[in-house]
Design a protein around this ligand. Structure first.
Ligand code: DSN
Length: 430
């Protein structure tokens, strides 16, 4: 069956334009150092599952309780994904293990997963708290431009000016003053570990629901490289495609007491039919993440980020908090006489793809900030290590020193491509 050719004409003959664009993207992903901290390379196995006939099936409801017939196979796919994720994350639990772990694999991505949490626990106007976007938080943790900042009363907490770390004393003081219904613990641009126990005790003091959003670090948590909030937070949300290296999707893991409310919030509260092809890809990713090879990968992600940080600091860059405990670095490039946006744009031309990013207390505007965010999940998936991180830091240094010199950018791009040719990326056609 798996050796059979798909029935019907190939994409390249039906739609040569899209086929060509996919080829172009395949080439771009192969030839560049991908440093966007939220990106990765899903394996060929994950992509095969994601690009399968499961995309054809509607399955509103949950396994064994659907609103459409024909669920003989899809129920098994969803149950297998859940079983694997409960095992994977259950073993990281501080308490309760997999026995007190409920998993919903249906959220379309991280933002819908987070919206489902609001729907399950909050009423419009309720107070919620999360790390402010400018300090490294996520839009859906209450930012003003997000529905979560419009429908709820958002009280953001920040990081300390002295060391750019989350100020748990401030979190406690704000929580006691504002009595949030929900307390978010989660980040998108924060290079340090989160203290789940400290968040738990603050949530308990004010009777808040504690939600850990581990979208960026779920692969590190699964591998035991970052402390786990499972068994500590009431609810844990995540995307599935970042360090976890699965398909583009979302999931919610919670204590069993919250299972019914969260399931109801995802469907029928927020979504229609689940994306079964994504669920299958997630099941494959959970299997892959349960291997020793994945644990070694996750350790190397952190090692690579540390090495890259040290090498950048040695070259005169300012790295917020002085380094990293996880997969990313927030780098203030202004000491090198350049702002974040032109630096990121010049690096992109040189085949080094990150994103410009505000640093905490950034004196510059969000569209033209002081920093860049770089992460090591994708380059580590290619098998790159310490030596390649040293080369990367040297290239970054050369590029920011000559951001408008097309000759320098082209030379670095050629060297980057040469290195990338030696490290084929999972899932890509070579
Ligand atoms: N867009 C993701 C990131 O880059 O961090 C967060 O959702």
């Amino acid at each position: 069956m798996s050796d059979a050719q798909p029935y019907g004409p190939a994409l390249s003959s039906v739609d040569p334009d899209i086929a060509r664009l996919i080829d172009d993207e395949n080439r771009r992903e192969h030839e560049t150092m991908r440093l966007i901290a939220s990106e990765n390379y899903a394996s060929r196995a994950v992509m095969e599952a994601t690009g399968s006939c499961l995309t054809n099936k509607y399955s509103e409801g949950y396994a064994r309780k659907r609103y459409y017939e024909g669920q003989q196979v899809v129920d098994q796919v969803e149950e297998l994904a859940i079983t694997r994720l409960r095992r994977l994350f259950g073993k990281t639990a501080a308490a309760g293990g997999e026995d007190d772990l409920h998993v919903n694999v249906q959220p379309y991505s991280g933002s819908p997963a987070n919206l489902a949490v609001y729907l399950a626990f909050c009423q419009p106007g309720d107070v919620i708290m999360g790390l402010g976007l400018a300090a490294g938080g996520h839009l859906t943790h209450g930012h003003g431009v997000s529905i979560t900042g419009k429908y709820f009363k958002s009280v953001p907490y920040g990081v300390r000016k002295s060391d750019h770390r989350i100020d748990m004393d401030e979190v406690r003081a704000l929580a006691k003053e504002h009595r949030p219904k929900l307390l978010w613990a989660g980040t998108t641009a924060y290079p340090r570990q989160l203290d789940w126990a400290a968040f738990r005790s603050i949530a308990d003091e004010v009777s808040a629901v504690l939600v850990a959003d581990i979208a960026h670090i779920s692969g590190l948590v699964a591998a035991g490289v970052h402390p786990s909030p499972i068994g500590i937070a009431d609810v844990v949300t995540s995307t599935t495609h970042k360090t976890l290296r699965g398909p583009r999707g979302g999931m919610i893991l919670s204590k069993k007491a919250h299972a019914a409310a969260l399931d109801k919030a995802v469907f029928p509260g927020l979504q229609g039919g689940p994306h079964n092809h994504t669920t299958a890809g997630l099941a494959v990713a959970a299997l892959e993440a349960s291997t020793d090879a994945f644990v070694a990968y996750a350790k190397q992600v952190v090692e690579n980020a540390k090495t890259l940080g040290e090498e950048l600091v040695a070259r005169g860059f300012a790295v917020t908090t002085g380094g990293t405990d996880n997969h990313l670095l927030l780098v203030d490039v202004t000491p090198k006489g350049i702002a974040g946006k032109p630096a990121a744009q010049a690096l992109d031309k040189a085949g080094i793809v990150g994103n410009y990013n505000a640093i905490p207390f950034d004196p510059r505007k969000p569209f033209d900030p002081s920093g860049i965010r770089v992460g090591t999940p994708a380059v580590t998936s290619r098998g790159m290590g310490k030596e390649e991180m040293r080369m990367l830091a040297a290239w970054i240094d050369r590029v920011v020193a000559a951001p408008t010199d097309d000759g320098v950018l082209a030379k670095v791009a050629a060297e980057v491509k040469e290195l990338c040719n030696r490290f084929p990326a999972p899932g890509l056609r070579v």
